[in-house]
Design a protein around this ligand. Structure first.
Ligand code: ADP
Ligand code: MG
Length: 566
């Protein structure tokens, strides 16, 4: 009809499809996980909408996902009776990638030297719906949005264009039909038409999906023929509601991988139950690897909220502070309304209490890991340390718990990082201050003229090269009673002995006399660039260096503010 339209994929989508089709991704089974997860999201959305829109009540009956196999046509269909999409939704959601940082990520994937790196990058990025093209040479999607009359059929071979067309007579919801690649082609080797293969993939990747995943199966009947019956393939177990002693490591790992779409096991699992006036269960995970967009503006918190086993929302920001956005998991609160909104949660006193408790748990788990499994901790800090340091700025209530976790480079040992505790243990007799210097790179900091006098004294200096370091060191006055001080700011008191000081004073007086006319002249000549030129005791080999006022913004911070558009 006249409503058939052939459209082009957005350039970035085309690139991604090309990467997916000529797949560098060796684990093709995950396509089913992605489609089932989309179906499950669509069912959640319909259930949520039906709570406030009574016209959707009947549509939200018997919500489920079904898998259908047609061996003759070589198709596998994933069907849901969820929210569905309008024609515009389809073009917007399936034709384009909205993720920020996509272009950069695609570039990185293309440039990656080996399949494993590419795979890990793609895994972090998440290919979602497009993963269907790893196993199919054509995908047909039929969908009708709940509350609308006309459905849409979408079809593509993933090469560059897709066709959309209005169709009548569709049920509410979405079906995605994969025309599987030939079984004899390398990509089609796994038999995605076989019942046992499908069962195995669902068990492995989608067992905890909270809606039934059904499939018609044929069983030998008593009379020698076959009987058809409908099986539910997933157990839908709410793992978090079971006692810890009854859950195996493997179950935790699989649950984590299903909710996070990560293919690595988590670095830490936290399972707790709170009883009393506000009951809840929490099952949280610290991943082993940071997602690629952890530091992009769109990065979202990773905790889902349930109320008595009913899924309420993803990305629940009320349950986890921004700096712990990498923590994944589930919180199931017993005494909340199913209609609870983000707005209400932000202001709920009970939820604030839950959040405080969860933060303590996570920071406590990190502390334990630090003392019991240094290697695992080092990896976690490498992945998430920058985010945790944001906590020193954002969450001053937990400074005491966060500071000991901080691990930074230092002049003590170029090959090892140090904690503040270790620094303090190495402090020289009479040294009271923790010295640090911030800069763009380790080399720049080490070669800074500011280092000279401190190095000559034999003091250790912390080398801070993350932009966020500039911010937290300003907010944290001291560690364990020892003030933190930048060797680039103000007058650095290098803790000389009284005698030494007298001698130094005498020497300085003499030198000041020598330079009496030079200093004002220099100050005047450089008045555009500097406030004052003065004699320094901090240099041993360099002739001059620039020092900030104690409250000046440092050059790196200046740059960071500029980058943030401030
Ligand atoms: P993501 O799930 O991470 O958003 P996907 O590529 O898997 O990315 O899906 C893109 C979007 O397409 C989804 O966010 C959703 O809005 C829409 N979508 C995909 N599958 C379905 C479905 N079965 N029902 C309704 N909407 C869907
Ligand atoms: Mg998805």
């Amino acid at each position: 009809g006249s409503n058939v339209e052939t459209l082009e994929f957005q350039a970035e989508t085309r690139q991604l499809l090309r990467l997916v089709i000529h797949s560098i991704y060796s684990n093709k089974d995950i396509f089913l996980r992605e489609l089932i997860s989309n179906a499950s999201d669509a069912l959640d959305k319909l259930r949520l909408e039906s709570l406030t829109d009574s016209s959707l009540e009947t549509a939200s009956d018997d919500l489920h996902i079904s898998l259908e196999v047609d061996p003759e046509a070589r198709t596998l269909t994933v069907r849901d009776n969820g929210i569905g999409m309008t024609r515009d939704d389809l073009v917007e959601l399936i034709g384009t990638i909205a993720k920020s940082g996509t272009a950069g990520m695609l570039e990185k994937i293309k440039e990656s030297q080996d399949a494993a790196t590419a795979e890990s990058l793609i895994g972090q990025f998440g290919v979602g719906f497009y993963s269907a093209f790893m196993v199919a040479d054509k995908v047909t999607l039929c969908t009708r949005r709940a509350g609308t009359d006309t459905g849409t059929r979408w079809e593509s071979d993933g090469e560059g264009t897709y066709a959309v067309q209005d169709v009548d007579g569709l049920d509410v919801g979405t079906s995605v039909t994969l025309h599987l690649k030939p079984a004899d082609s390398e990509d089609g080797r796994a038999d995605y038409l076989s019942e046992s293969k499908i069962r195995q993939i669902v068990k492995q990747y989608s067992d905890f999906i909270r809606w039934p995943i059904r499939m018609d199966t044929e069983r030998p009947g008593a009379d020698g023929g076959t009987t058809r019956e409908t099986d539910t393939l997933n157990s839908m177990k709410a793992l978090w509601a079971r006692p810890r002693t009854e859950v195996t490591e493997d179950e935790y790992k699989e649950f984590y991988q299903q909710i996070s779409h990560d293919w690595l096991p988590p670095a830490e699992t936290i399972h707790m139950r709170a009883e009393g006036t506000f009951e809840y269960e929490a099952l949280l995970f610290i991943p082993s690897q940071a997602p690629f967009d952890l530091f992009s503006r769109e990065s979202k918190p990773g905790v889902q909220l349930y109320v008595k086993r009913v899924f309420i929302m993803d990305d629940c920001e009320a349950l986890m502070p921004n700096y712990l956005r990498f923590v994944k998991g589930v919180v199931d609160a017993h005494d909340l309304s199913l209609n609870v909104s983000r707005e209400i949660l932000q202001h709920d006193r009970q939820i604030h209490g839950v959040r405080r408790r969860l933060v303590k748990k996570v920071l406590g788990a990190l502390k334990d890991m630090q003392s019991k499994d240094a290697e695992r901790y080092t990896n976690v800090w490498e992945q998430f340390g920058r985010a945790l340091k944001e906590g020193l700025v954002e969450d001053t209530d937990n400074t005491e718990a966060l500071l000991p976790l901080v691990t930074v480079a230092s002049t003590h040992d170029p090959d090892r990082t140090t904690t503040l505790r270790e620094y303090v243990e190495r402090m020289k007799d009479g040294q009271d201050t923790i010295y640090y210097l911030t800069g763009e790179s380790r080399a720049m900091v080490e070669n800074s003229p500011h280092m000279e006098a401190v190095a000559a004294k034999g003091y250790e200096v912390l080398i801070l090269t993350d932009p966020v370091d500039e911010v937290w060191v300003d907010r944290v006055p001291a560690f364990d009673g020892h003030p933190l001080q930048s060797i680039a700011k103000g007058q650095v008191d290098l803790g000389e002995s009284a005698d030494g000081e007298k001698e130094a004073d005498a020497a300085r007086a003499q030198r000041e006399e020598e330079f009496a006319s030079l200093l004002p002249w220099l100050t005047d000549a450089l008045s555009e660039q500097v406030k004052q030129v003065r004699l320094s005791s901090r240099l041993t080999t360099s002739a001059a260096c620039i020092v900030g006022d104690a409250h000046d913004v440092t050059p790196t911070l200046e740059k960071m503010y500029r980058a943030m558009g401030q």
